[in-house]
Ligand binder design. Structure first.
Ligand code: HEC
Length: 159
């Protein structure tokens, strides 16, 4: 009986912890924030595959490299108008977890230029990735720079 009560108490406290975590995550722009973060995760996933080959941690495979680079290029060309509603920056505590700085909106369209730089670099990478390890390696830097170029200005440091 005592064991059962204890189990119940633990289960209840876990539930309430779970509830607190979701409550903090219920902002007006959460779905847009999650949508753009999923896009960035897609960038990151494909860059991970390409980076591992470029650094020769994984054997180069032209088909896999081409596919990952094509995926990155596709994601870089997503239409993003619904992902960045005004007010969805990290200055409003009502928003769920986001590292999007208010400068994205206050200096608009500077951020668009950063996105265009990624599109260009990702197009070069998509052309080169299947053409051998050297070609892949040569095209990775441009993409990496375009990611960093936007993060430096528009993404908050991790807390
Ligand atoms: C045009 C600007 C821009 C470009 C280009 C860009 N990022 Fe980001 N990235 C951001 C912003 C802003 C955030 C924060 C989004 C948020 O938390 O709402 C972010 C967040 C992320 C995250 C965290 C996602 C999460 O789940 O919280 C990853 C990973 C990431 N970017 C990877 C990349 C990679 C890899 C590239 C290049 C291939 C890239 N980004 C290019 C602006 C950019």
């Amino acid at each position: 009986m005592i064991k059962k009560l204890l189990a119940l108490a633990i289960a209840t406290s876990m539930l309430s912890i779970g509830f607190v975590a979701t409550a903090a995550d219920k902002g007006p722009h959460d779905s847009a924030i999650k949508g753009r973060q999923a896009m960035f995760q897609t960038y990151s996933f494909n860059m991970g595959i390409l980076g591992a080959m470029a650094k020769e941690k994984v054997e180069y495979d032209a088909d896999k490299a081409s596919e990952a680079a094509a995926n990155l290029l596709a994601a870089a060309n997503f239409g993003q108008s619904a992902m960045w509603p005004a007010g969805s920056d990290n200055s409003d505590p009502a928003n769920g977890r986001t590292r999007a700085l208010p400068e994205i909106w206050s200096t608009y369209p500077a951020v668009v230029e950063k996105g265009d730089a990624l599109k260009k670099a990702a197009a070069v990478l998509a052309e080169q990735a299947g053409g051998g390890l050297g070609a892949l390696q040569g095209a990775m830097g441009g993409v990496g720079k375009s990611c960093k170029g936007c993060h430096d200005d528009f993404r908050a440091e991790k807390k």
